[in-house]
Design a protein around this ligand. Sequence first.
Ligand code: AMP
Ligand code: MG
Length: 408
Amino acid sequence: MIEVEEHLAAVVALATPVPAEEIPISAAGGRVLAEDLVARLAVPPFDNSAMDGFAVRAADLSLMSPEPVEGIELEVVGDIPAGAAELPPVGPGQAVRIMTGAPLPAGADAVVPVEATDQPLGDVPLPATVRVIEPVSAGRHIRRAGEDVAPGDPVLSAGQVMTPAAVSAAISVGHGSVLVRRRPRVAVLSTGTELVAPGTSPGIGQIPDSNSALLAGLAERFGAEVVLARAVSDEPDEFRRALVEAGGADAVVTSGGVSVGAFEVVRQVTEGQVDFVTVAMQPGKPQGRGMVRVGDGRQVPMLALPGNPVSVFVSAWVFLRPLVARLAGTDAPWRSLRVAVAQGWRTPPGRRQYAPVVFESGAVRSTHRLGSGSHLVASLPAAQGLAVVPAEVDEVAAGDELEVFLID
Ligand code: AMP
Ligand code: MG
């Protein structure tokens, strides 16, 4: 048996990043950035007001007593809504009404919030004068140009996944298009002569092919484009034809046909190109990885997973996610927490267990009362994490703390 880390390193080492392309920023969501982005614009782009209120000269208010009764009256010489291009300058004894985000006019060095004046809140006509009730110091309620980033500052690095926040940051600093990796193309082949299409009533010994949909959905979630997802019988020639059909894919992931039984089609067809190993994990012990030739003549990474649906689920999170990430030019570090267990379960000795768990008032419990049976697929949708039980532990008790990988 080999450790998870050893197999994972071998899987990831098979992949090189797919090509990059320049695309409009509006289409970049979920893609991986292939260049470092620096700011073209400052954020904020100009000195602007952080409040709805009045732009003033702080010195005009410095004579105000700390316990103001009357306040100080200023002449209102103009109005600056957001987007205004004309900025009336503020002279001594004057103020300009200003809205949040609007540019600060010449002469002003502070903003008095409307709440600190005699003016009502809301959509009211421009007053001729304003009485300031609370003084402000110079610089108050002003957002300075470039205070977040200045032009030339690094903003995002190659390998960054373009989350909504990353897209928004790229736009704010002036980018309209970005260089991103195209989505890695993945072919899913689920092997088993017993498999029937979804919704078909299974005959004796037959089961619905749920792995094709599970793997396709997870691959997409990990950032891939699924170019083929189908069941394949345990006939070697059919599996060979399916590899031809996978032409255009950047990686092939299979389920089933990797154990030591009699009709292990994946093993039979790819032995010699793919290393079949037993990994010290539960579920997911039999695994394979290697390079296979697909229909267009390219050699691409193949990840061979066992057939049991829970094994497929766990193996996809542990091995397919980093493989897709590497193809996309990034890595996929786990996010994990240490969490107490609400209710214990037994685990197999000598192998690290990845148990699907659900959070329950700050603790976790197994999604199924039997712990992590590799066939307990119907309880999987509840899983919010994979609790990692070290190999040397054979029973998890209530109150034990485990590392939980977040998958939700
Ligand atoms: P195998 O690794 O091929 O021996 O498959 C192990 C178990 O997983 C068998 O009981 C299969 O019925 C089940 N299984 C294999 N492939 C699928 C699939 N595509 N969908 C659902 N269950 C499967
Ligand atoms: Mg099989």
